[in-house]
Design a protein around this ligand. Structure first.
Ligand SMILES: C[S@@+](CC[C@H](N)C(=O)[O-])C[C@H]1O[C@@H](n2cnc3c(N)ncnc32)[C@H](O)[C@@H]1O
Length: 224
């Protein structure tokens, strides 16, 4: 509700995109509440490994937001899910704090993709002594094996983000480790074409960037 109010009252709505002319999913989601005459702007945050282009983009976005705010405007920077979790907006906020410390900031908490998934599937993320590790899906089979062994030892449930193309090799590994039947696959949660299903039902092929996996190691002894 706070986010809806902020959008409705904004003089400028800014959304991150990965490339010039790119589509912002955050803007699409927020479009329900944006009036036709409300000014909108996209800022490009390039998805590259090199640090300089990314740092430049964060600084440029921070300077732009601060300059709009200095004219008395209320500016909203959109973010998917929660702004504190693997979000470009976090870098802009850090940059704003460094470069424009007097710029008034307010972060409205959001619902993370893994919380939305858990709610939609009625999937308890953690119970009793469970631990929950939220992490990007590792890039290699070896790194996943290490993560999975540690998680098994610790009784850690996993929420693996940035699944996408990694699903192709991850699915067979989960099967080998007996984890596939304990995993939930989720893609485009909250979108019209969302897919939330037991991971066993999803073939080992590339999936969209907006996909994730929840893995439950085991259930506690005491349950209803
Ligand atoms: C850059 S992170 C952003 C996380 C986001 N701030 C959050 O609170 O969940 C992007 C990753 O989050 C996950 N994600 C974000 N939105 C999603 C959605 N609607 N459905 C499934 N996964 C999503 C995917 O794993 C995606 O690769």
């Amino acid at each position: 509700m706070a986010a809806v109010r902020a959008i409705e009252q904004a003089d400028l709505i800014v959304a991150p995109v990965a490339c010039e002319g790119g589509i912002s999913m955050a803007m699409r989601i927020a479009s329900h509440w944006i009036k036709p005459d409300q000014p909108q702007l996209s800022v490009v945050f390039p998805m590259v490994e090199a640090p300089e282009p990314r740092q430049q983009a964060w600084k440029a976005a921070a300077d732009l937001l601060a300059s709009e705010v200095s004219t008395g405007k209320q500016v909203v920077l959109l973010c998917e899910g929660d702004a504190s979790l693997f979000a470009s907006g976090s870098y802009v906020l850090l940059s704003l704090q460094q470069r424009h410390p007097s710029c008034q900031l307010r972060v409205i908490p959001g619902i993370t993709s893994f919380s939305s998934t858990a709610a939609a599937a009625v999937w308890p993320l953690a119970l009793q002594q469970d631990q929950l590790l939220v992490a990007p899906c590792p890039d290699s089979e070896l790194d996943f094996e290490r993560m999975a062994s540690h998680a098994e030892e610790q009784g850690q449930n996993l929420a693996l983000l940035k699944l996408g193309r990694r699903w192709r090799w991850l699915r067979p590994l989960l099967e080998q480790r007996g984890l596939l039947s304990r995993s939930l696959f989720a893609e485009k949660v909250g979108w019209p074409d969302q897919c939330i299903a037991p991971a066993e039902q999803i073939a080992a092929e590339e999936r969209p960037y907006f996909s994730l996996l929840l893995i439950r190691q085991r259930w506690p002894d005491v349950l209803p």
